[in-house]
Design a protein around this ligand. Structure first.
Ligand SMILES: [Zn+2]
Length: 242
């Protein structure tokens, strides 16, 4: 049911993107094209160079984290339009750039992208699981470039409390409790990892790093090592030099 609903809303979004001349999701000025971005915003995204980021303070267990750019400007606007306003056509340009981040973060070889899972509520509010869709697009882009790339979903998200009023320690604890392993999916992922496939956790924005650390911890608990996390954007003050 959920999958069917998500497919329908994907189809609907694609139709809306085609029929309505959407304004650019990155700058709101020019008419959008190429997945909903104007030529200037496409060029700005293409010019961004992935770099390592380190949240301060760095949560324990955070894997090496590489981001395309700071969470600002047209990238921030495009991410918000994609996940909060159902502009699914942006999965194209954003997913392709996520593939660039993965390619910059690990040496070429077989990879499985593990999207940070969305809660059922978030999926409903956001017209489908936005990170799963981005991860699939990124895996396809990597495959076109000759990589052996796929998507694995060995975790699911539990409903979580509103974290706005939590202290940073409580937030870390809440993040750790937010994900559970899906037993039925572990065997295939474990077999792939034993066969030399690397796991890359992917997400849209890194802020405190608590979510990525929690995902890595859950996977480690199942003896699955996460090499690196690849994200589109990092909140600005946390972007550091390589
Ligand atoms: Zn634009």
């Amino acid at each position: 049911m959920a999958v069917r609903g998500s497919l329908l809303s994907d189809t609907w979004s694609a139709l809306v993107d085609l029929v309505l001349p959407a304004e650019c999701a990155g700058c709101a000025a020019a008419a959008g094209h190429g997945g909903g971005l104007c030529a200037d915003c496409v060029a700005a995204l293409a010019a961004a160079r992935p770099a390592r980021v380190r949240p301060q303070p760095e949560p324990p267990g955070l894997p090496r984290c590489v981001a395309l750019a700071a969470y600002a400007g047209s990238l921030r606007a495009a991410i918000l339009a994609y996940k909060e306003r159902g502009r699914h056509g942006l999965a194209g340009p954003l997913g392709d750039r996520l593939a660039d981040v993965v390619a910059a973060a690990v040496v070429p070889g077989p990879v499985l992208l593990v999207p940070v899972p969305a809660t059922a509520t978030a999926s409903r509010d956001r017209y489908g699981d936005h990170m799963l869709r981005l991860a699939r697009r990124a895996a396809r882009a990597l495959t076109r470039r000759g990589w052996q790339a796929g998507v694995a979903c060995p975790l699911r998200a539990r409903p979580r409390p509103d974290s706005a009023e939590l202290s940073s320690v409580d937030r870390l604890r809440a993040a750790e409790a937010a994900f559970v392993l899906v037993p039925g999916r572990l065997a295939a992922v474990t077999a792939a990892v034993r066969g030399g496939v690397r796991l890359v956790v992917v997400d849209d924005v890194v802020t405190t790093g608590a979510t990525l650390a929690a995902v890595a911890a859950r996977l480690r608990a199942a003896a699955l090592d996460v090499q690196v996390a690849a994200v589109l954007a990092a909140t600005q003050r946390r972007v550091s030099a390589r």
